[in-house]
Design a binder for this molecule. Structure first.
Ligand SMILES: *Cc1c(COP(=O)(O)O)cnc(C)c1O
Length: 488
């Protein structure tokens, strides 16, 4: 496709433009047909139409200055308070809306870092203790704000052990973070025990309920067994919950909550001496699109408790059917615990390469979310997937049979790359390679490069040498195994 590099000399006719743009989506993931298992939270056309109208009503407004648009301040406060109620926050609970889970987590880290600076000014190298499954937005926050993460391992059930977290805490720890649930395999961390640990150490605990904030409460009401995960746990000092996930708001909406203003005051940024006036900003963004706030407000009002409960039940039903179906497929196993609507599966048969399975599913039009350590496939279940669960399972059965019959597939297509990338022990090297791919994607003229070829994603030193690298990695693995058994 020809990539445009200049603004057209004269403006074009609106309808013609819209038609052209609609065509851009031809190769996109099919979320309406339920073929995505992440990324889109779709509550049907009628709900989407409401979101668009609500978004439109405040389309041009700006949440930067709450005095100019009291409408937005009011809706934001109500979204915050309704979310606080959902997560059992005490009456002192305060918070703000952000553009998404990542901004909420960036802000939470910044807030707790700044609070630590006043409270424990001698800490020079602050760290956050968390499970290895914590969302990478924490790594991003740590990278941006000069904090390090100390990560405790989790087992295949996705659970972190409190003793492992405890061992990592030292005098530089400013925050403990955990998830409800973690995205990788859907396990809710043992928040009550972690809360106790946090209290005993006098360190705040942030619960990342970006994924679960708007569904775990309903699953709990529907009788799903899970640890208590919210402000009912005394050590929980802040929480994040994404309205643009199971809150079925428009994208660009997350809620960050604090137990009280004592913490949140460290979130605000004020520049008192700017020539343009005193500049105060509650979140990371400057200009804040009002439509995201009004659509989130509308979503919560339109859904109501009964609507959310119903959507949660349907998503849970999809997850259960998926889990049962996958468990019945020889060669696959489910990871994590069934606390949420996440279904993650891996292979337990050396002849079934899960990345080759992913390639096969992808060819059948399923947007497939590949994970590593262990290599696995992630599905976030939603009501929208209900009509296609059986089709997915039948495709998956076929995929497994096909991959088992053709073991060479593991070394072809994307499977080869994902397999290698997951195995390479030098993660810095992998990071650099991916950064290089991004640099290429964002270079001028990148639109003309056919990235679907994915050849660029292969590190240059691997291209053409895949078999040798595999052999070397196998050798390393076998030496490791022998070392462990003491036969070297
Ligand atoms: C989605 C998610 C995030 C990040 O949210 P974005 O909206 O993608 O920025 C953080 N934590 C968890 C557990 C998530 O599922």
């Amino acid at each position: 496709m020809h990539q445009r590099t200049r603004i057209p000399t004269s403006g074009r006719v609106h309808q013609e433009l819209l038609d052209e743009m609609a065509g851009f989506a031809d190769g996109d993931a099919d979320f309406r047909g339920g073929r995505t298992w992440s990324m889109v939270y779709y509550a049907g056309d009628s709900h989407s139409e409401l979101l668009k109208k609500a978004h439109n009503l405040y389309f041009s407004t700006n949440g930067l200055n709450p005095m100019a648009f009291r409408s937005l301040k009011r809706m934001e406060s109500e979204v915050v308070q309704m979310t606080a109620g959902l997560l059992n926050g005490p009456s002192s609970t305060v918070g703000a809306m952000t553009s998404g889970g990542t901004e909420s987590l960036l802000l939470a880290v910044k807030t707790w870092r700044d609070r630590a600076r006043t409270r424990w000014p001698w800490i020079r190298r602050p760290n956050i203790v968390c499970p290895a499954t914590i969302h990478p937005a924490f790594d991003k926050a740590a990278h941006y704000f000069g904090v390090t993460l100390r990560k405790a391992p989790v087992g295949e059930d996705g659970a972190v052990r409190v003793e492992d977290l405890k061992r990592l805490i030292n005098r530089n720890t400013i925050l403990i973070a955990a998830s409800a649930p973690q995205y990788v395999s859907g396990t809710v961390d043992p928040i009550p025990q972690i809360g106790q640990l946090a209290l005993s150490k006098g360190i705040p605990l942030h619960v990342d309920a970006c994924f679960g904030g708007f569904i775990q409460p309903w699953l709990e009401r529907a009788g799903v067994e899970m640890p208590v995960f919210d402000f009912r746990v005394p050590g929980v000092m802040s929480m994040s919950a994404d309205a643009h996930k199971y809150g079925f708001a428009a994208k660009g909406a997350s809620v960050l909550l604090y137990r009280d203003m004592g913490a949140m005051r460290h979130q605000f940024f004020v520049c008192a001496d700017w020539a343009g006036g005193i500049y105060a900003s509650p979140t990371i963004a400057g200009t804040r699109p009002g439509g995201c706030i009004s659509a989130a407000w509308a979503a919560m009002m339109a859904m109501g408790e009964d609507g959310y409960l119903e959507m949660a039940r349907r998503a849970h039903d999809v997850a259960e059917r998926l889990r049962d179906g996958i468990e019945a497929i020889d060669g696959l196993k489910i990871l994590g615990q069934p606390h949420s609507t996440i279904v993650t599966y891996a292979s337990d048969d050396p002849d079934v390469d899960v990345y080759a399975v992913a390639d096969w599913l992808h060819e059948r039009g399923w947007a497939t979310d590949r994970q590593q350590s262990p290599p696995s496939i992630h599905c976030s279940a939603n009501a929208a997937n209900a009509p296609v669960v059986d089709e997915y399972l039948s495709d998956l059965r076929e995929a497994v049979a096909h991959v088992r019959a053709h073991p060479a597939l593991a070394r072809e297509g994307e499977a080869a790359m994902y397999g290698l990338m997951a195995k390479i022990p030098l993660r810095g090297l992998v990071g650099n390679t991916v950064r290089q791919v991004m640099a290429e994607m964002y270079s001028p003229g990148a639109g003309e490069v056919d990235l679907s070829e994915q050849d660029d994603a292969l590190p240059p030193w691997i291209r053409g040498h895949e078999d040798k690298v595999h052999a070397a990695l196998d050798k390393v693995a076998s030496v490791r195994k022998r070392l462990r058994r003491g036969t070297v």
